[in-house]
Design a protein around this ligand. Sequence first.
Ligand SMILES: NC(=O)c1ccc[n+]([C@@H]2O[C@H](COP(=O)([O-])OP(=O)(O)OC[C@H]3O[C@@H](n4cnc5c(N)ncnc54)[C@H](OP(=O)(O)O)[C@@H]3O)[C@@H](O)[C@H]2O)c1
Length: 328
Amino acid sequence: MVHAKSWTLKKHFVGRPTNSDFELKTVELPPLKNRKVLLEALFFTVDPYMRYYFPPENSYGFPVSECAVSFRVVESKNSAFPIGTTVVAPSGWTAHSISDGKNLEKLLAEWPDTLPPSLALGMVGMPSLTAYSGLLDISGVQGGETVLVNVAAGAVGSVVGQIAKLKGFKVVGAAGSDRRVACLEKYGFDVAFNYKTVKSLEETLQKASPEGYDCDFDNVGVEFSNVVIPQIKKFGRLAIAIRGPISTYNRTGPLPPVVVSRGYSSLRCVGFSLRWILLLRKYEINLFVVVLIQGKIQYHEHITEGFESMPPAFMGMLREFGEAIVKA
Ligand SMILES: NC(=O)c1ccc[n+]([C@@H]2O[C@H](COP(=O)([O-])OP(=O)(O)OC[C@H]3O[C@@H](n4cnc5c(N)ncnc54)[C@H](OP(=O)(O)O)[C@@H]3O)[C@@H](O)[C@H]2O)c1
């Protein structure tokens, strides 16, 4: 008999999540039936967007859902998934689970030994696909234009900036510490600044691109975009990763008002949400593996050890740098 540990939500957060919002439960899994596999977790992601996917009141007590997990198959009655296969699934915070294989995505057969398997959840997973699709499919940015990105050292922002550089755009990035700014410079951003220490965000943006911005890839929300929008060029774009904005996640009070400026009159604003279906886009996944091997895109992971540490990793994720991963 396998005892599966799961993190469940006891009550919803008020402001910042706390340890008492979560409860660890153990259930006994039934014997494996035909065509089923038993999965043991290897890595989990804890992403900011998950704040929106915690269960409604009637599902409290069930495992926290909507988390990218990589698993190893440890018992199999399904020939498509022999023992030892590594798979990725949109499973919950569960250390062991049984699957019929429907939602399982195998790790690329040609996954290189030089790349850590945890990258299947971050750099070769949802955050990078969000960056890729948000910038190239959705924002409408074109050759030679100037792109501004905030949370620029984050899982999504760092890839937006690096893809934009590979495509020949001018890239300006805002991040929240000098260490992160140094990283953005290493990633090749044309201008990077610490938005927490600059005297004036407005002046810093003007200095970084006196001619204005063609595209603002916004991960933060209204406080930032109120300052940026007047500096977006005529017919420029505001691309919003709609599962953001990150500045609202732990907020309890009302949002600051949107300041309507002249910039709005010719602005194209596109919100987007990227779901698991995009993980099936093999072309982009292969592309990320290739550019990672070639060292053309750099990454930073923050790895927390132990399934028991899921809640603290989730709570600390907005303070950490890079893709937040928990090693089971
Ligand atoms: N549309 C979609 O399908 C989709 C998919 C994935 C992600 N997203 C969204 O994209 C955004 C970025 O995600 P991510 O995974 O890249 O995030 P992340 O790297 O995990 O973000 C953490 C960083 O956010 C910044 N931050 C935290 N609190 C903030 C606040 N109150 N105001 C401003 N910045 C704050 C901090 O960096 P700095 O201090 O350096 O800024 C922090 O290190 C999130 O809003 C997420 O929900 C959307």
